[in-house]
Structure formats: structure tokens, C-alpha cells
Design a binder for this molecule. Structure first.
Ligand code: 13P
Ligand code: SF4
Length: 316
């Protein structure tokens, strides 16, 4: 039993209490597809990074309970300075965001004068503040295509997504050398073996994966795009090369189909984001009960982040 769950009486019905606290806090619960199934099931909106930023922008109540990682909750706070924004576990960070510290990124941007800085939403507020426009895996291609041809581009911090977008758009970009530890762990060798075992299966992959893995994919896209493709495709079996949490929504939306999680290289069958999985139903309840951990932000920094974030929402 963890310290946090030790404070919850076993008689507490977490589902009923979360529903009651939702009314009390005038809250909306937002959950990413990479959250555990119970959290997805109690959320008002389950979505990818873009859909959740859009839902945060539209939120009308006093409180946002963000079941995702820190940069997502921070984005919700940037858009809603007057709301209480709660993150069930403040330690829910992101390996990709961590690989791009703002002071180093500032030096990188300064070394490339005249470049338009397109930054993936998986980044800290300090990095967003140095950017011209934010993007997610859903809208990155659309945003790049809107930048005038004569403007050189810096794309940060995910080099895998950056490389994929260079190939897709034909647009050269200077890449920051970051990567998501979860998506680069998928193994080409083990995926090939899985494809041989299931020749009828289509491979669905997130663009944060490495190039040799993406080469094996029948469809590459954001989590929402992968979900939509799986539901609409006439195929019945899919190998899913992204965080395994998405399979919960896939099974709900297409109960007759088979979804096989792709294996990472380690030999471990788990392919969960360790940061996303720090959130639990117990911690969702506790953050609502205790009104913390709360996301707070320096107002000057928030204003600087708002500009590229609003630009993204307008360009999406
Ligand atoms: P999307 O939500 O844009 O699919 O990105 C996945 C991801 O890694 C979020 O951290
Ligand atoms: Fe960050 Fe990767 Fe986890 Fe997404 S899956 S939150 S990019 S570590």
C-alpha cells in the first residue's frame, strides 16, 4: 500500500466519491488515452494531446482534473489561468520534455536566427515560451504546410516525429535530438516476428517510433488517428505500436476486432508510459478531495506560452 492510498478508507467507493467531488468542484475530468482503463472510464473527455487541449480551452467549470502528464496539465493552465487545474501525481513528467531543457534550447534557437520554431506540445512551459507555434502529432503536418516556403524551421523536441514529418512534407527542418523513451523502445525485430505470426494484421504506429518500426506500419498517426483508423478499417486484426492504454478505447469502439500490443525490445511485455501510469484512480480521488497537487505558473511565463499555443489552436 502506498502512502497516498493508505489515507483512503477501504469503505470509500472511489467511483461514487469522484462523481460527488466533480459536482462539488464544478470540475471537468480530462484523460489521455494512455491512462489506465478506470481513469478513462470516469473521464468527461478521453482524447489525444490536441483534443484535450481543445477540451481544456472550452472547459466552463471552475476546475480541470487533468489525468495525463505535467505538460498537458500545464497547457490547460496556460489556457485557463483562473481555474484550479489538478494533476493527480505531480511527478507525472515526460522523458521527451525532460530531454529539452529551456536554457539549452534557448542557445539552440539563438544559433539558428531567422528560423520559425515549431515545438511539439510535449515540452516544458520554458521551451514553449521560446517557440513561434506549438503542434501535436495530430496537427504537425498541417502546421508545417502553413509556414511560408522561404522560412527555415526548427522542429523540437522529438527527432523521430521530426524525421517522419520531413519525409511526409518534403520540408527540411533543423531537429532537436530528443525522443520518447516509450516509443523508441519498440523493437523492429520483435515486430517483424509478430507480423509473421499474424500475417492478416495491420500495423498501426505512432510517429514518435523510430524509422525502422515506422517502415513496417500500414498506418502512422496520433493516438486519435490510430483509433479512428482501427474502427473504420475493414480489417479485423491490428498490431498496435504505441502505449498500450489506447487499446481500452479500441476494444470499446470495435469490440469484434483483435488488438495486439507491439512488444518493446526489453523482452518485457509491458509498453506502458511510466509517467502516465503514475496516475491512479486513488490519486484522482485524492487530488479532488484535497484540491492538490495544483498546477501553478508564473504569469509572465504563461503569457509568453499563450502566444504560440493560441497560434496552434488557430492553425489546427
Ligand atoms: P498524441 O496524444 O498526440 O497522440 O501523443 C502521444 C503522446 O506521446 C502523448 O504524450
Ligand atoms: Fe512523454 Fe512518451 Fe510518455 Fe508521451 S508516452 S508522455 S512522449 S514519455
Amino acid at each position: 500500500m502506498t502512502e497516498a492510498t493508505a489515507t483512503i478508507s477501504p469503505s470509500v467507493d472511489l467511483f461514487a466519491e469522484i462523481a460527488r467531488l466533480k459536482q462539488e468542484l464544478d470540475a471537468v475530468i480530462l484523460a489521455h488515452y494512455y491512462q489506465e482503463p478506470d481513469i478513462q472510464d470516469i473521464a468527461d473527455h478521453v482524447g489525444d494531446s490536441l483534443a484535450l487541449a481543445q477540451a481544456a480551452r472550452k472547459a466552463s467549470g471552475r476546475t480541470i482534473v487533468f489525468c495525463g502528464v505535467h505538460f498537458m496539465a500545464e497547457t490547460a493552465k496556460i489556457l485557463n489561468p483562473d481555474k484550479l487545474v489538478l494533476l493527480p501525481d505531480l511527478a507525472a513528467g515526460c522523458s521527451l520534455a525532460d530531454q529539452c531543457p529551456a536554457p539549452e534550447f534557448e542557445r539552440f534557437v539563438r544559433a539558428h536566427p531567422g528560423h520559425t520554431v515549431i515545438t511539439y506540445i510535449n515540452s516544458s512551459a520554458g521551451v514553449k515560451a521560446l517557440s513561434d507555434v506549438i503542434c501535436t502529432s495530430s496537427n504537425a503536418e498541417r502546421i508545417i504546410r502553413q509556414i511560408p516556403d522561404d522560412r527555415p524551421i526548427i522542429f523540437a523536441p522529438d527527432q523521430q516525429l521530426g524525421r517522419y514529418l520531413i519525409a511526409k512534407t518534403g520540408r527540411g527542418m533543423v531537429l532537436w535530438p530528443g525522443a520518447c523513451s516509450v516509443h523508441v523502445a519498440f523493437s523492429e525485430r520483435r515486430l517483424l516476428r509478430l507480423k509473421a505470426e499474424h500475417p492478416e494484421a495491420l500495423v498501426l504506429a505512432h510517429p514518435e517510433c523510430e524509422e525502422p518500426v515506422l517502415r513496417l506500419a500500414d498506418h502512422i498517426g496520433s493516438t486519435s488517428s490510430i483509433l479512428k483508423y482501427a474502427v473504420e478499417s475493414p480489417a479485423k486484426t491490428f498490431i498496435v505500436v504505441t502505449e498500450v492504454g489506447i487499446i481500452h478505447q479500441m476494444k470499446k469502439a470495435a469490440p469484434g476486432k483483435t488488438f495486439i500490443p507491439a512488444p518493446p525490445d526489453s523482452g518485457c511485455s509491458c509498453n506502458e508510459c511510466p509517467f502516465m501510469r503514475l496516475n491512479t484512480l486513488e490519486k484522482v480521488y485524492l487530488c479532488m478531495r484535497d484540491r492538490r497537487p495544483e498546477i501553478t505558473m508564473d504569469e509572465e511565463l504563461r503569457q509568453r506560452c499563450l502566444v504560440p499555443l493560441r497560434r496552434m489552436l488557430e492553425m489546427s
